[in-house]
Design a protein around this ligand. Structure first.
Ligand SMILES: *Cc1c(COP(=O)(O)O)cnc(C)c1O
Length: 380
């Protein structure tokens, strides 16, 4: 078989952060230096400004910066009084931190299967997972695609459950024109470097419209301290530092254009990869749901063979995520077994994440698509 030469000779990564950095290098360096010179590095004016700007961007009343997306979920649960003896439901095909945050809050994760079309929570199966101990649901807007949040809210309302949205992959995505993260009691965001809005380290944010909850979250992220050395409740140390906040202020201004570019790339893949046998392309959104393509995930029966074919030609792909949470060793004690969530288990065998990030060029998308078409035996 004749090898297709990688034209640039450079590997194309699923997410190439160095290309993103060079795009706004000067502004980011200025922001960092401004903080260094200020002499104030934690819980200061940069964070306050970023919290205001992020709240405004999302159309939420309050936003509170924390140290990571994991701790955003953990603190959101703590603020709702959820802990030992309580159960919290999420999906089995999400990133591990969604469930680890439940554990960190002291509660027990329970799972519900997903829908095959959206790969997001199957709200019609939620009732089966609700027990007397259930206190909250954490729907995930997986891969940046809004889940059926209205359906989740309806069932949560019927059963008196809280909703904490995991919007860690979905900054800027919207459902019926309203930003995800703002539907539930609280919404959690991550600013891990690869996310649609990423910083240069770890960071996270909680959004809410509830003043009491916002105040509680502010105490919880700072040891539970109301005023210096006076603790009203047991808290942790989870703060978004001034340097990261200053960087995020620069990048927030470009979030809409980053997301627009991601949607353009997804549409281009969609066009180039259309109608090839058994291959399934992700849902592209409709009038209700506008996703932001944190990841572009195709489905393919011979996934591993396609993956190594692309790897040999300099195209990195990834699997988000290879082991569903109910089958993770760490959660063996929860008592789940293979076959409990058949849709999630099926998806895990077929999913493949292709490169997608704002600086990926159209030419690269066309080239990656051409390789996939070739592997399937279709003409370019
Ligand atoms: C990234 C991510 C998290 C955790 O965020 P961190 O900032 O890495 O702690 C949680 N849930 C999902 C779906 C994520 O993608």
């Amino acid at each position: 078989m004749k090898r297709i030469k990688n034209i640039t000779g450079k590997r194309i990564l699923v997410s190439d952060l160095s290309r993103g950095h060079s795009a706004s290098k000067d502004q980011i360096e200025r922001a960092i230096l401004r903080v260094l010179d200020s002499g104030w590095y934690v819980l200061g004016l940069e964070l306050e400004a970023f919290e205001r700007e992020f709240a405004r961007y999302n159309g939420s009343r309050y936003a509170v910066g924390v140290a990571s997306g994991t701790e955003a979920i953990q603190i959101a649960l703590m603020a709702l009084g959820i802990g030992r003896g309580d159960e919290v439901i999420t999906i089995p095909n999400t990133a591990i931190p969604t469930a680890m945050a439940i554990v960190a809050a002291g509660a027990t994760p329970r799972f519900v299967d997903v829908r095959e079309d959206t790969q997001n929570i199957d709200e019609t199966k939620l009732k089966e997972s609700i027990t007397k101990k259930t206190k909250a649901i954490i729907p995930v807007h997986l891969y940046g695609n809004p889940c059926e949040i209205e359906g989740v809210l309806r069932i949560a309302g019927q059963h008196g459950l809280y909703v904490v949205e995991d919007a860690c992959q979905a900054h800027g995505a919207s459902y019926n024109g309203k930003k995800v993260g703002t539907f539930g009691d609280l919404g959690a965001f991550s600013f891990y470097p690869t996310k649609n809005l990423g910083c240069y380290g770890d960071g996270g944010m909680i959004v809410t419209d509830d003043r009491k909850l916002a105040e509680t979250v502010k105490l919880l992220r700072n040891y539970g301290q109301k005023t210096r050395y006076a603790c009203d409740m047991e808290g942790i140390n989870s703060r978004l530092d001034e340097i990261q906040a200053a960087i995020l202020r620069v990048k927030l201004r470009r979030l809409n254009s980053f997301n627009k570019r991601r949607r353009h790339i997804a549409a281009l893949y969609q066009k180039c990869l259309a109608e090839m046998g058994e291959m399934r392309l992700p849902m592209i959104g409709d009038n209700t749901r506008q996703g932001v393509f944190h990841l572009y995930v195709i489905r393919c029966q011979k996934r591993d063979a396609l993956r190594s074919f692309l790897a040999k030609r300099g195209i990195e792909t990834q699997i988000h995520y290879p082991v569903p949470l109910h089958l993770q060793k760490a959660f063996a004690h929860l008592g789940y077994s293979r076959g409990d969530f058949p849709v999630a288990e099926k998806l895990v065998r077929e999913i493949l994440s292709l490169p997608i990030f704002p600086e990926l060029t159209d030419r690269e998308v066309v080239r990656i698509s051409a390789l996939i078409r070739k592997w399937y035996g279709y003409p370019r």
